[in-house]
Design a binder for this molecule. Structure first.
Ligand SMILES: Cc1cc2nc3c(=O)[nH]c(=O)nc-3n(C[C@H](O)[C@H](O)[C@H](O)COP(=O)(O)OP(=O)(O)OC[C@H]3O[C@@H](n4cnc5c(N)ncnc54)[C@H](O)[C@@H]3O)c2cc1C
Length: 393
């Protein structure tokens, strides 16, 4: 007989049977769930929108859904800061922030994630000068395993802050985030097709020419679909045009619809290695996976100084490989991972990879510090799972 309740991630590739799915309505209830788990010695994994391809939430303890912990609590437009609840979907941030005259510096390809879920894995968009979402976190309010609710930032509990701003859900439940924002801005989008080799040959020029540049390439195709976004003072055009032709507020243009269920591997590489790595992937896919009909995506992320960010200490190119849920993904991803490894790639924490702690410590110089601090605030492993333990060096 199976125990627990059925749980699955967005794509359905990751499934689990947690003992319980808890749906706290406010922070006080989060504290009660965590305290109750402590009394019964059960583990707790917070869930945002379950959009991770890695089994970060899946386990047999308590899944703590954060959907009800949502809303913008305050905006200080002069200080360019906003305080938001952790379970707020990124899609629900755009309008209230804009009404207060501000916006996020950047967003990823979709806006369905919860903000605390997105920052917990270093979610990013594209842009040579733009860092990931975790780097925009200025402070966090965290329910710890002890049941204490702690505010942390660069000055108060700075080590806890280092872990909490890219936490993999492993140090507590983040109920609020203080985020860096900027003045609201509009973006104009452009898409065009260009031979892949020409794009790779002039990639630095293309990336430097616009605020956000990326390209998608379908295996076997001669040309890549390039996309650029630039700031504009022009009036927004409604109804919104199709992807590739939008002119509107940043949150309306940055987010896309990605409804075809898939899993994904993504690695971050030193920026200069991007084109060579992409060419190596193209060759390998042509040779071993000629039927793949899911695109590769190429983006840029600015360096940051977070302990376990995939862009820590280096300007970064990210390359993603996708596979539909109706086809096996492991052979493809393992073959691509071999190539990513050869280019000093760091895996995205929220996507598929097959790396374990000792190897990861060689890629993320502060990973051992991250674990030391995590263990200090959660000595009994209340927020861990077997998968999380596999990431321990
Ligand atoms: C279609 C699609 C498109 C994507 N596009 C991008 C992209 O453009 N760029 C990119 O970088 N990634 C992208 N991703 C990956 C995605 O952004 C990350 O996996 C992200 O972490 C998912 O957020 P979530 O809210 O669904 O969190 P979940 O997957 O539910 O959880 C992720 C982690 O956050 C933790 N967590 C969640 N809420 C809390 C909380 N309140 N307190 C503490 N920990 C918490 C969980 O425990 C877990 O460790 C995409 C994924 C999909 C499916």
């Amino acid at each position: 007989m199976s125990h627990g309740v059925a749980w699955r991630n967005w794509s359905g590739r990751v499934t689990a049977r947690p003992a319980l799915i808890a749906r706290p309505r406010d922070e006080a209830e989060v504290v009660r769930v965590v305290a109750g788990a402590g009394e019964r010695d059960v583990t707790v994994r917070a869930q945002g929108a379950a959009h991770s391809h890695a089994p970060l939430v899946a386990h047999d303890g308590i899944v703590l859904e954060t959907d009800a912990l949502a809303g913008v609590l305050g905006v200080d437009a002069d200080a360019r800061e906003a305080i938001v609840r952790g379970g707020t979907r990124i899609a629900s941030l755009g309008a209230p922030l804009r009404e207060a005259g501000v916006a996020l510096h950047n967003q990823g390809d979709i806006d369905r994630q919860a903000i605390a879920g997105a920052v917990a894995t270093g979610t990013h968009g594209t842009g040579v000068a733009l860092r990931n979402l975790s780097a925009g976190v200025l402070g966090a309010r965290v329910v710890l395993a002890s049941g204490d609710v702690v505010l942390c930032d660069a000055h108060r509990e700075p080590e806890l802050f280092e872990v909490a701003r890219l936490s993999l859900g492993a140090v507590g439940v983040v109920t609020e985030l203080r985020l860096s924002v900027r003045d609201a801005y509009k973006l104009e989008e452009r898409m065009w097709l260009e031979p892949l080799d020409a794009v790779l040959d002039r990639i630095d020029t293309l990336c430097a020419a616009t605020r956000h540049f990326e390209f998608f390439w379908m295996p076997g195709a001669e040309r890549a679909a390039c996309k650029s976004l630039d700031e504009t003072d022009a009036e927004p055009v409604y109804p919104l045009a199709a992807e590739g032709k939008r002119l509107a507020w940043s949150d309306e243009v940055l987010a896309n619809e990605r409804n075809d269920l898939h899993s994904e591997m993504e690695y971050s590489l030193p920026a200069a290695s991007g084109p060579a790595c992409f060419r190596a992937l193209r060759e390998r896919i042509a040779r071993d996976f000629p039927d793949l009909r899911w695109p590769l995506e190429y983006r840029r992320v600015a360096a940051d100084d977070l302990w376990i960010s995939s862009a820590t200490g280096r300007d970064t190119v990210t390359i993603s490989v996708h596979q539909g849920v109706d086809a096996p993904d492991e052979p493809l991803f393992r073959a691509c991972e071999e190539i990513f490894r050869a280019y000093d790639g760091r895996p995205h924490w929220g996507k598929v990879h097959y790396r374990v702690g000792a190897e990861l410590a060689a890629l993320y110089p502060r990973l051992r510090d991250w674990w030391r601090v995590r263990d200090r605030f959660d000595p009994d492993g209340r927020f861990l799972s077997p998968y999380l333990e596999s990431l321990r060096p």
